[in-house]
Design a binder for this molecule. Structure first.
Ligand SMILES: Nc1ncnc2c1ncn2[C@@H]1O[C@H](COP(=O)(O)OP(=O)(O)OP(=O)(O)O)[C@@H](O)[C@H]1O
Ligand SMILES: [Mg+2]
Length: 309
């Protein structure tokens, strides 16, 4: 069934064009000279923001342990947009949870700005697939929540929350409750909440997976605009190769169990990226090939496993 936003919601929440203008207030401070919506000018000069060195993570499993991640090494530059793709169960969410400090690795080190990660911190914010907003709070209340947790006074945090709601075009919905918003608007509110605490790294775990293709495409454009305006470093998990190619500076393809990095594909393509552009098509096919092999391997292993039990 086709999902249609109300006229008010669609015009308020999804302005069409990408723009590179400065964001209001503090958000603009994160902007860097190498940031560009239309290219990767000087991105290689950006300092390292996030480093993953020799990450291993396992979980108790039946009588042994399941190695979810093995030898993950990745260096992410400031302001980079990384997409993580891989078959279901390869450890994408686990990796994000480790970076968020919600879990600890068995071995290896995660650092942000050269500082080892040891537990959750305000410099990392997560956006989940859905249902991450508090239903008993208004949209404004949700965005203010993290700021209140940081001890910010009421007047300042209200102004800050409104600034970020305006940034995602949800200011007219500030006093609505979550159930009054469409799925796409909820995800925008979750993004505003994450950005409002001014994290250095934004961790996004399939944030648009439950939305239909058209809304997803619009939110991809919105996210690129916010990314350009705020200069954030983004790690974005998706199952959609199309979405990854639309968004990323680099796409990291993971292997199925244990999750390792199979390939890293650099996308030196201008944005916005047209679906039919030869470079976009070529990149999509290349990533698709890697992913298909891993998904086939995952299915095969699951079949073998089912045969043994
Ligand atoms: N807390 C946990 N306890 C035990 N096993 C876990 C735990 N968390 C994750 N796992 C296992 O680790 C592996 C990786 O899980 P994870 O959720 O990170 O995969 P994923 O790549 O995010 O998958 P999906 O694409 O389906 O979201 C899976 O086999 C999962 O069952
Ligand atoms: Mg997951």
């Amino acid at each position: 069934m086709e999902r249609v936003l109300s006229a008010e919601a669609s015009s308020a929440a999804y302005p069409a064009p990408l723009r590179t203008g400065e964001a209001p207030g503090q958000a603009a401070e994160g902007r860097r000279p190498w940031r560009s919506v239309v290219g990767r000018q000087g991105k290689a000069e950006a300092p390292e923001k996030l480093a993953l060195r020799g990450i291993v993570k396992s979980f108790p499993h039946r009588r042994g342990r399941l190695v979810a991640l093995e030898e993950i090494n990745l260096s992410v530059r400031e302001g980079e947009f990384i997409c993580l793709v891989g078959p279901s169960g390869c450890g994408k969410s686990t990796l994000l949870r480790l970076i968020a400090g919600l879990e600890k690795p068995d071995a290896g080190e995660i650092s942000i700005n050269g500082q080892a990660v040891d537990g959750p911190g305000a410099e990392r914010a997560m956006v989940f697939q859905e249902n991450a907003l508090f239903p008993w709070l208004t949209v404004l209340g949700n965005v203010e929540f993290g700021l209140a947790m940081q001890g910010m006074g009421k007047r300042v945090r209200r102004a800050r929350a409104m600034e970020y709601l305006a940034m995602v075009h949800l200011a007219p919905f500030a006093h609505h409750y979550v159930h009054e918003l469409s799925g796409g608007m909820r995800q925008l509110a979750a993004i505003a909440r994450a950005l409002a605490v001014n994290p250095a790294v934004l961790l996004m775990d399939e944030p648009f997976a439950s939305l239909d293709a058209q809304i997803r495409e619009m939110l991809n454009a919105e996210l690129l605009r916010l990314w350009a305006e705020t200069g954030k470093t983004v790690l974005f998990v998706t199952h959609s190769v199309q979405e990854a190619v639309r968004l990323a500076d680099r796409v990291v393809v993971m292997t199925y169990r244990p999750g390792r990095i199979r390939a890293i594909i650099e996308l030196d393509l201008p944005r916005p990226r047209e679906e039919g552009d030869p470079g976009v098509v070529r990149t999509r096919l290349a990533i698709g090939r890697h992913l298909r092999e891993e998904v086939t391997r995952a299915l095969q292993e699951e079949r073998n496993h089912a045969g043994r039990t």
